[in-house]
Design a protein around this ligand. Sequence first.
Ligand SMILES: [Zn+2]
Length: 300
Amino acid sequence: MFTPAIRLVCPMCHGELIWSRTQIGCSRCNAEYSYENGIPDLIRGGRFDDEDDAERTAYETLTNDYLTSNYWLPVFQRLFPKPGARLLSLGCGAGIDVDKLAAAGFNIAGIDCGNRSKAWPSRQHPERLCLANGRHLPYADQTFDLVYCGCVFPHVGVEGDSNRVTPRYWQDRLEIAREMTRVLRPGGKVLVSSPNRWFPLDLFHGRNPAQPYPRWNPPTSRFLLSAGDYRRLFGEAGCNRFEALPVRGYWGFLRMKQHWKGRLFAFPVETLFSLVSHSAFAWLRPSPLNPWIVILGEKP
Ligand SMILES: [Zn+2]
C-alpha cells in the first residue's frame, strides 16, 4: 500500500482519501483516483504535455541536480536552519531535487503533471512524489513551510508546451498562486523563478541541443514574467514582503558550455549573474539587465 511521506487529500474537496492497492477514493466527494507506475495519480485540471524525450529528461536531471546542490539547498538551509522543514516542489519534473533535499534532512514532497514523471520509478523516495496539477493541490491547508518552483509559471496559461499565452493566462496563473498560498502555514514562504520578462533574450527556452543561440523575447510577450508580475500575482493570492534574491549558482550553463559559441554566451551571462547577486546591486535584480529572476514572498 502507498503511504505518502506528507498526508495527501482529495485535490478537489480536500477530504480524506481512502487507499486500496488499486484505487484511491475520496471519502467526502466520492471522486476516484488511480495509480500510475505505483504513484498516486491525483491530477485534476489537466496534464502538461511537455516533450517526452529521454535525452531531454536526462539533461534536465543533470541541470536540476546542479541547481539543487548549488542553489536550492543553500537557500533553504539559510531560511530553515533547523532540520525537518516541510517543502513542496511544485513541478518537480524528474524529481531529483526531492531525493537530494530529503537526503539533506528536509521533509519534502514533489508533484508534477508532465511526462518527465516517467523518470520517477528510478527515484529513491517515491513516497514523496505524486502526480498532481498545481491548480488543485492534494494537500490540506497550511501544510508547508515553503512551496517553490523553477520556471513553472511561464508554462501555465499557454497553448500546450509553447510560448503563446491564452486569453485566460492570468486567471490560470492566479489559481496556482492561490493554491500555493493555501497550503502554506502563516509565515511560510513562496519561492518562484523564471527568465525575466524584461530581459530582451530568453536564454532558457526554445533551443534544441544542436542550437545554442537564445530566443528573442519581445517586450509585448506575456509568456515570461517580471518581478512585478510575480508581486502582483502573489499579492492577489494573499502574500506579501516580496524580495528578489541573488541568482548566482542557479544555472551551470552545462549545455551551453559544450559548444564554443555557447561558452561565448555563457561568459557574459554568468558575469551578469554575479553582478546582480552582489548586495550593492540588489536593485538591479528586477531590471531589464537581469536575465533570470528568483522571487521570495511570504504568507502573512
Ligand atoms: Zn473529494
